[in-house]
Design a protein. Structure first.
Length: 373
């Protein structure tokens, strides 16, 4: 039977067609993922590179367990899922507060709230704080921020180190776009942030940049008919808004791809806090620190593809974010912080995952040895 099959001309035509189809699919994947393949050694060599950009995306009010890449059954986050699938995902990550101002103070300084001096409404970051934007600017980066949340206003010290700290002009919102929980004083949508970011990339994309975007549409439950996939309760609409913001983020990443910047851009996604839907008798945030309001995503997409993507399972927190990123880049972080670099854990995970046999070999009936492994 096998000898007759191998002697058959049809067999070879089918095999050739399959090879051509596989090649075309690989080319399609490359067009969607215009980065070279990398491994643990490439992560180590990030310290040697002098061409890296950093896109830091902070999605306000985003809880991790509502993302598909964190196990959620609904397809809320195809863009973020794709970043994690060929990058790095921290599986147990916490914010230091469920209130933006307090949480962001800890994220930027690497200090717990008791040490930042920012636990009440009037308080601001100390001018003595040495923030990541200052470190990156000293290292030669152009430093830009575009934000829409008043709790990170420059009056509270968050603009330290940024040469541009910009709140975009709100564009008219199309009639079909809904905002179920609009925040007083926050007009427009996150599309305004992306429009401003695109203009920055148009004018400064050929330089070495650090761009921080603070998105607010999940906080405001923004969605449109195209992203209204999951129902009409507040919990459903929250999922719709994640899908909306995921699409907005995707449009920015597509632009970075089209400019040929993806293979020299480190993309980081984080959140300041989550959102409650009655798990402990409350809704919203900024009232307690239960898991639903403090378990947040931390995703890193490198300027190369990891196949498969890697996970760090050890518990981490927002105070660890910048000690980790600066260490990956080989830049000195502030001393005396509460956060810890996770670089060693990342490299260990990359080496472990890099030794795995791809699923299509493990399941191949043509390879008995790997099928039994």
């Amino acid at each position: 039977m096998l000898s007759r099959l191998l002697a058959s001309r049809v067999f070879y035509l089918v095999a050739a067609a399959a090879m051509i189809a596989a090649f075309l699919l690989s080319q399609l994947e490359l067009s969607r993922n215009p980065r070279p393949r990398g491994d643990a050694a490439d992560i180590e060599r990030l310290r040697e590179r002098d061409d890296l950009n950093i896109l830091f995306i902070l999605i306000d009010t985003l809880r991790a367990d509502r993302l598909s890449t964190y196990g959620y059954a609904r397809p809320t986050s195809p863009t973020l899922d794709a970043l994690a699938a060929t990058g790095l995902r921290f599986t147990e990550h916490l914010s230091q507060s469920s209130w933006t101002k307090c949480s962001m103070a800890s994220l930027w300084t690497g200090l717990y709230p008791a040490r930042t001096g920012v636990t009440r409404s009037p308080q601001a970051l100390s001018e003595e704080a040495h923030l990541p934007a200052e470190i990156l600017r000293e290292a030669g980066y152009r430093t830009f921020a575009i934000w829409r949340n008043g709790w990170i206003h420059p009056n509270f010290g968050f603009s330290q180190g940024f040469e541009l700290y910009h709140s975009p002009v709100a564009r008219p919102i199309p009639a079909e776009v809904r905002r179920e929980k609009p925040t007083v004083g926050v007009a427009g949508t996150d599309q305004d942030i992306v429009f401003s970011a695109l203009e920055l990339l148009r004018t400064h994309g050929d330089q070495r940049w650090f761009l921080y975007l603070h998105l607010m549409d999940v906080h405001q439950y923004v969605y449109d008919p195209e992203t209204a996939l999951f129902g009409t309760s507040y919990s459903d609409i929250y999922d719709n808004s994640i899908r909306w913001v995921d699409r907005v983020v995707g449009s920015l990443i597509d632009d970075i791809d089209s400019r040929g910047l993806r293979d020299r851009t480190l993309i980081v996604v984080a959140a300041d806090h989550g959102e409650a839907f009655g798990e402990h008798g409350r809704e919203g945030h900024a009232r307690d620190v239960y898991g639903e309001v403090t378990t947040t995503p931390f995703i890193v997409s490198f300027p190369f593809r990891l196949e498969p993507g890697i996970e760090v399972d050890a518990p981490t927190a927002n105070v660890d974010v910048w000690p980790t990123l600066l260490d990956l880049l080989g830049l000195p972080g502030p001393s005396g912080v509460d956060g810890h670099s996770q670089r060693a854990q990342i490299l260990a995970a990359a080496r472990k995952y890099g030794t795995r046999i791809p699923w299509y070999i493990m399941t191949s009936p043509l390879n008995d040895a790997t099928t039994r492994a």
